[in-house]
Design a protein around this ligand. Sequence first.
Ligand SMILES: NC(=O)c1ccc[n+]([C@@H]2O[C@H](COP(=O)([O-])OP(=O)(O)OC[C@H]3O[C@@H](n4cnc5c(N)ncnc54)[C@H](OP(=O)(O)O)[C@@H]3O)[C@@H](O)[C@H]2O)c1
Length: 277
Amino acid sequence: MADLRDKTIVVTGASSGIGAATARACAAAGMDLVLAARRRDRLEAVAAEVERLGRRAEIVEGDVAEPGHAARLLHAAERAFGGFHAVFANAGYGLEREMLATPLDEMRRMFEVNFFCGTDLLQHAAQRLLDAKRPGHLLMCSSCVAKFTLPRHGAYSATKAAQAMVARSMRSELAEHGVEVSTVHPVTTTTEFFEVAAGDERHHLRDGVPPHVPPLFVQRPERIADAVVRCLRRPRAEVWTSHTVRLVAGAFTAFPFLQEWVMRGEARKYRERDARS
Ligand SMILES: NC(=O)c1ccc[n+]([C@@H]2O[C@H](COP(=O)([O-])OP(=O)(O)OC[C@H]3O[C@@H](n4cnc5c(N)ncnc54)[C@H](OP(=O)(O)O)[C@@H]3O)[C@@H](O)[C@H]2O)c1
């Protein structure tokens, strides 16, 4: 089991939700943090919590899509802490929209943030670890919907599936160098995610999540954060916090008609919701 004490992790999307919770859990496990996102005030609040837990935090404010952002994060880790052990490419957002209402430009922007920027960070981090001949751990925040999709989530699911594929490939390519690669597959989590994804339709949310999601599948970000820390200690390919959804994802792959049946039910719920509003 890896000892995380005095090791450094770079976390993108650290200003809220899963990223902020992971930063706190990593600090509690003895790690120093590079915290990245666009909202500086929120990063400062998370940094204060990290410092209350006795660890150090360095803030890098900015959009992940700015040129050179990944290099800036890793440079900050090297300057402040002499290097890094792990990165968590977690920054991302969703879009709840039918495919015909999703212009390609919006899809390209989501692919840029979720897929290309996450991949860029993993590639840069891997190269630095290889150059330094040091082991390390690269984590990518994907989703359960990397394995199946839902109505109005096609474009978002595509970004999450793409993330999972490149990370899985990197895992096999980097294993011989002692660099671990893992993907994280959260289910519905109570963060700001659904407010962002729903946009003008956010009034449909209940307690911040779509009302038709069964409570069994709704989790708090701390649950994902604890699972990420367990994975840092004992690296594995995929992090899941719902065995049920993991099994459902497997069943959908083996029996596509099951997914079809569930998707039609979900599409009907959306139509009923539209009719009510
Ligand atoms: N919540 C869920 O149900 C769920 C389920 C599966 C997977 N996920 C994944 O979990 C990850 C974290 O999401 P969350 O649920 O914690 O949502 P969240 O609370 O909305 O957090 C998203 C984070 O990403 C950052 N971010 C977004 N766009 C950015 C950009 N262009 N540049 C820099 N930072 C950016 C945000 O920071 P700023 O706004 O301050 O920049 C924020 O810190 C995402 O990759 C999401 O796809 C979430």
